[in-house]
Structures are given as C-alpha cells and as structure tokens.
Design a protein. Structure first.
Length: 480
C-alpha cells in the first residue's frame, strides 16, 4: 500500500520537473540581475542544504543565500562572465507646472450639470405660477377646483338636502385609500425614473465607446480611410439621437435641431448624405459604412506594404516582420469591429426604451383612481372646512397631479417635452450638449505633435500622414 508521504513527495518532484521543462524563458532573479537561459541552473534537492543552483559548465554550487543576494550588494548584470554595472536611465527634465498653471489651457474643466440647492427654495416658490409642470397639469387642477366650487355652492346655497348628505359623510374612505393611491403614484414615478436613468447610462456608455473608437482609429488607421471613418463616427451620436426623437408641431417641428446640424456639418459628403436619406435606419447605415471602411482598409495591400516600408508587394519585409504586422493588423481590425458591435447594442438599448412604455392598463388605472379620489374629496371636506375647502382641494390636487405628470414626462427620456420649445432647457438628459463635444473628441489629433496639426487643432479633415507616437520620440530625444 502506497503511503501518503511517498505520494506527496512524488507529486512535488513531478511538479518541479514540469515547471523546469515547460518554461523555456524561465530565469532566476539574482539581487537585481538576471541569469539568462544560456546560464540558468537546474534545481536539485540537496539534503540539508536545501535548494541549490548548478550553472551549466560549472561545478560550483551557489547556495540559497547566495542566490537571493545581500541587500547591500550592487545590482549587476551577468553575461558571458563579464559584470556590467547598471546605469541610471536618463530622463527629460520635468515640466514646471507652476509656470504651466499661469498659462491659459484649452479648457478649465468638464461642464457640470446644474443641480438643485437648498438655497433655491425661495426662487422655486416664486416661480410656481410659471412652472412648466404646473402648466401641463393646469387643466386637471382647474377641473378639480371647478367641482369643488360647485360642491360648496350646492352645500351653502342651493340644496339643503345635499348639505345634509355632505354633513353625514366622513373622510375615512379617503384615508383608507390614500395609502393605495400613494403606492400607485410612487411605483409609477419610480418606473419612469428607472427608464430615465437607464437611458442616461446607455448614452454615457455610447460616449465612452465613441471616444474609445476615435482613439483606436487615430492610431490604427491612416490617410483618407482614417478621415472618412472618424467623420462617420462624429456624426453617429447626432443621427442616433434624431432617430430616437419624434416630430411634434411644438416641441420638435424640424427633423434635425440646430445643435444636431452643427454637430454633423462638414463631416459627410453629398453621396454619404444620399445613402443615409435613402436608408430605413440612418444610424445603423452609418455603422455599416464604418465597417465597410475597415474592410476596405484591410484589403489595400499596396497601402499596407507602404505603411510598413515593405515595397510594392512586401518584398522588403522578412518573414518575421510579415507575421508581426499581420498579427497587428488582425488585432486592430478585430478591436475596431468590436466597437461597432457595441454601437449596435447601444442603439438597440435606446430603441428598447423608446419603443416600450409602462403598461397602459397600469397608467390608466392610476389616472382614474387619482381623478376619482380628488373629485370626491370636496364632498367630505365641505362640511368641516366650508369655502376654505376650495383652495385646499386645489392645492392637494396640484401636488398629486404633478407627481403623476413627472412620471409621464420622464418615461421617454429621449423625448422629454416638459420644457417650452426654444427655451434652451429642452435637453433634460444633457444629450444634445454632448454632441459638439463628441465631434471634437473624434477629430482631435492630439497626441500627434506636428506643428500644422497643433495649430489647426479642431474639427477638420486632412489627408496628411502623421503618427500619434511622435510625442514619445520627442520625449526620448529630449533626455538629459
């Protein structure tokens, strides 16, 4: 019967042998120096002395303490028996940030969305009458006040019998159903806010993908293929937003807003615009156009050979160089294709929000419940409050109707119409504000450091060849 210690010993030796034979590039770190493959030793169990290192071609034994080295020894590189002391790398002189902060930068900081402050309570109170949400529910509030006025008139002047009936009514039914009504309103508002926040997260992911795609396009593509690709990329957010927004006589009377037109102006040719206007899904067509540009770029063998100085057909490249550049091309193409797939997924997620809504039966039941609750409220309050009941009912109705309306407004985040057209506040999700920023991010040539590109930094198309790693070459050349 095999003992457990014997099995454990065999397993440990097998594992050590597997590590030594399966790692051809294995090297031992020795006090900051490296023993390369040609001089690495073999590990052996040496009784009481523990692990030892036996270099090839030498009978000497270096103990474990010698292998690890002393902390006070100088770092050295052992190669061919010679000892070469390591030199400290020379680096460029550090930038003087105290001087740079005195210069005017291209921008100060990223724009911050407006936020409510507790100090705004007085302003919010004074602007109650001009509130856009109040305007949207005004018809419902006026109807509720009109019913309350009729109830008070009938109670006080028209019908003693009606007054007697109202005197016998109690607020208990309204108190019992108020909890159910509040749950319905809270669920309705929370469901709408979940859709609102999901849309913001999707658009945020789209912003990240646009920037990542622009980064890779500037690095991996060249010439006119690069320019056409980033031009399509700069137009994608604007055309996607237009794809998600519906036309309305008041809030969206034109197909493209002025902000959207400014973001795509000068990016596409007439032939590109014709293709987009004939397609049944403009942003999806734009994604397909970007994929076609990548396909065209990967099949232009003469351009690829010229890019790597390989002659007309790559005859100047060695087999190793060909394999290296081929792997790079495949990787670059796959990564850019993955970003196009992300664009398709994000577009589908946006369409899911636009094309689906909170179930109609739930919305209608909440509206009916709220209307009946508010319309019958004057009957149970007129006996105890008298004429004061009219403003009380109006205020209570306004509060509940606005809560319901908030859910209606933010249910479709890409078509938020709670603002008056032309007020400059229609962009509740801050989406249109990001269109110009994404266009600039797509066209920005930095870190390309050619003087003409830096002088014309901005939204322009060029067929000039440049490399984005030239800043690193400048860093290397400026070492002291």
């Amino acid at each position: 019967r095999t003992s457990a210690p014997f099995v454990f010993t065999v397993m440990m030796r097998s594992a050590a042998l597997l590590v030594l034979t399966a790692a051809p590039s294995f090297a031992f770190m020795h006090g900051g120096s490296v023993l390369p493959l040609a001089q690495r030793g073999t590990l052996a169990a040496s009784g009481s002395s523990g692990l030892s290192l036996k270099p090839r071609g030498s009978a000497g034994v270096v103990g474990l303490k010698s292998l690890l080295g002393e902390s006070d020894k100088k770092a050295k590189h052992q190669r061919g028996g010679d000892i070469v002391l390591r030199k400290a790398a020379s680096v460029p002189a550090p930038a003087n940030w105290e001087e740079w902060v005195e210069k005017e930068p291209a921008y100060i900081s990223t724009p911050v969305a407006g936020r409510y402050s507790s100090e705004d309570w007085l302003y919010n109170l004074f602007t109650l009458a001009s509130s856009y949400m109040t305007m949207r529910v005004m018809s419902h509030v006026v109807a509720n006040i009109a019913i309350a006025t009729l109830v008070w008139a009938a109670y006080a002047h028209w019908s003693p019998a009606f007054a007697a009936v109202c005197a016998g009514l109690t607020t208990v039914p309204h108190s019992l159903t108020a909890g159910a009504l509040s749950l319905l309103l809270v669920f309705r508002t929370n469901s709408a806010y979940d859709r609102f926040w999901e849309a913001r997260k999707i658009w945020g992911a789209l912003v990240n993908t646009v920037r990542d795609c622009a980064r890779m396009a500037h690095i991996h593509l060249t010439g006119l293929e690069r320019e056409h690709f980033i031009s399509c990329l700069a137009c994608l957010p604007s055309l996607l937003l237009q794809h998600l927004q519906k036309l309305e006589p008041i809030y969206r009377p034109e197909l493209l807003s002025k902000t959207q037109i400014a973001a795509i102006q000068g990016c596409l040719s007439e032939s590109d615009a014709e293709l987009l206007w004939k397609s049944r899904n403009r942003p999806f067509t734009l994604i397909k156009m970007m994929g076609a540009i990548l396909h065209r770029n990967g099949r232009d063998t003469k351009k690829l050979a010229a890019r790597y100085n390989g002659g007309d057909r790559g005859e100047n490249l060695s087999e190793f160089e060909i394999l290296t550049y081929q792997a790079a091309q495949i990787n670059e193409r796959n990564v850019l294709e993955m970003t196009l797939t992300l664009f398709c997924n994000q577009m589908g997620a946006c369409e899911r929000i636009v094309k689906s809504s909170v179930p109609t039966s739930y919305t209608r039941h909440t509206s009916r419940f709220l209307s009946m609750w508010c319309f019958t409220l004057p009957l149970v309050l007129v006996h105890s409050l008298g004429a004061v009941m009219i403003p009380v009912v109006g205020i209570m109705g306004w509060m509940l109707f606005v809560i319901e309306e908030v859910g209606h407004v933010i249910e479709d985040p890409f078509n938020v119409h709670c603002m008056v057209a032309g007020s400059g506040q229609e962009d509740e999700l801050r989406i249109e504000a990001s269109l110009a920023v994404l266009r600039g991010d797509s066209f920005e040539r930095i870190p390309a450091s050619q003087p003409d590109l830096l002088e014309k930094q901005g939204n322009f198309v060029t067929d000039a060849e440049y490399e984005t790693y030239e800043f690193h070459d400048d860093w290397v050349k400026s070492r002291s």
